[in-house]
Design a protein around this ligand. Structure first.
Ligand code: X3X
Length: 338
């Protein structure tokens, strides 16, 4: 009897082992056959580091997955971008949207606290903050809305005012039409700063400046040099540093879940490395870019920072849908770094 029981147990072990092996082989076979093409959309120009970084990350992912994950990159809003790009993600398209976190604010209002004006003194503070629980909680909320966030720190520089007129105080902005991207964060920020916030897609911006449709725009030195804003009549930069320009990388949670786990690990790792590289590069390049802009006749003008901070203070109030105390939590984390 004992011998018979042992034989039955041995048979069961062998059957289980063969099932597991077959499943493993099937999964491996599945991965061998697995192929996914993702279209990645953003608004940046070919000469901007964001564009270069996205192309490098896509190439690295393609190589490390032996071609299983092909990310086709589309700069300059060739595909749906801004709000429409994020909508593609939420709809579950095979699509990656690269926009600043204010565009996620429509789905998770707390992101308006992350991307609020005059919060950060350095790139490093923001990079540190997005790894802390207060932001990880925001990212979890985004996943509940169908948005998997692969990165938040593709920083392209502090946004300053870029105008034909010299600006030093909020009063100097009175009556001035300043182009902004089309989210409440930008509109509310430039309005509080004293301007007439004028939403336009980037593709219409420089012609609007040249034709006098707007009196200026705002953007970083990397925006200025990469899109040749310095060739327009907007030669005065008011160093407000009112918003830290940064992009996130967003993919549908449904699409993400369908990708085999070890490909997901490669994708996540490469986007993380890409952001680290871009922050390092821009930190190294900033002084040289300022010098180059000055050689093109761009003037950098100091501003009354206290006056602008006072003008922006009313914006640090929770809107409907925001977590109670979210601004206090963000301020507390930043204070802990200083
Ligand atoms: O959503 C990504 C950016 O925040 C959009 O900023 P925008 O529309 O001022 O474009 C920045 C330029 O550098 C694009 O070339």
């Amino acid at each position: 009897m004992k011998r018979k029981s042992l034989l039955i147990m041995l048979a069961l072990v062998l059957i289980t082992a063969s099932i597991v092996t077959a499943a493993g082989r099937q999964e491996a076979a599945g991965e061998e056959d697995y192929k996914l093409v993702l279209r990645l959309s953003h608004v940046f120009s070919p000469a901007e580091q964001l564009t270069i970084s996205m192309d490098e990350v896509a190439a690295s992912i393609y190589e490390k997955t032996d071609g299983a994950i092909e990310i086709q990159t589309f700069p300059q809003a060739q595909l749906p971008a801004y709000k429409e790009g994020v909508e593609q993600v939420v709809r579950g398209a095979d699509f990656i949207s690269v926009e600043d976190p204010s565009f996620i604010g429509d789905y998770v209002p707390d992101f308006k606290a992350l991307y609020a004006p005059m919060l950060y003194r350095s790139f490093d503070e923001y990079v540190d903050l997005v790894q802390r629980d207060v932001v990880l909680d925001m990212m979890a909320q985004a996943e509940e809305q169908g948005i998997k966030i692969l990165a938040l720190d593709y920083i392209y520089g502090f946004r300053n005012l870029i105008t034909d007129k010299v600006i030093r105080t909020p009063a100097d902005l009175s009556g001035m039409r300043i182009r902004v991207p089309g989210t409440r964060t930008y509109i509310d920020t430039l309005t509080a700063m004293g301007a007439i916030a004028t939403p336009l897609p980037w593709g219409e911006t420089l012609s609007a400046v040249q034709q006098g449709v707007v009196d200026g725009l705002e953007g970083s030195e990397f925006t200025n040099i990469g899109t040749r804003v310095y060739e327009t009549r907007a030669k005065n930069v008011a160093t407000t540093r009112h918003i830290l320009g940064t992009c996130g990388v967003y993919i549908s949670t449904e699409v993400w879940a369908g990708i085999p786990e070890h490909y997901r690990e490669i994708i996540q790792e490469e986007f993380t490395k890409g952001a680290e590289n871009m922050v390092r590069l821009l930190s190294e390049q900033h002084a040289g870019v300022v010098e180059e802009l000055e050689s093109y006749g761009v003037k950098f003008n100091e501003v009354d920072g206290d006056a602008f901070r006072k003008a922006l203070a009313p914006l640090y109030v929770e809107e409907s849908g925001m977590t109670p105390g979210i601004f206090e939590k963000v301020f507390a984390e930043l204070d802990s770094m200083r």
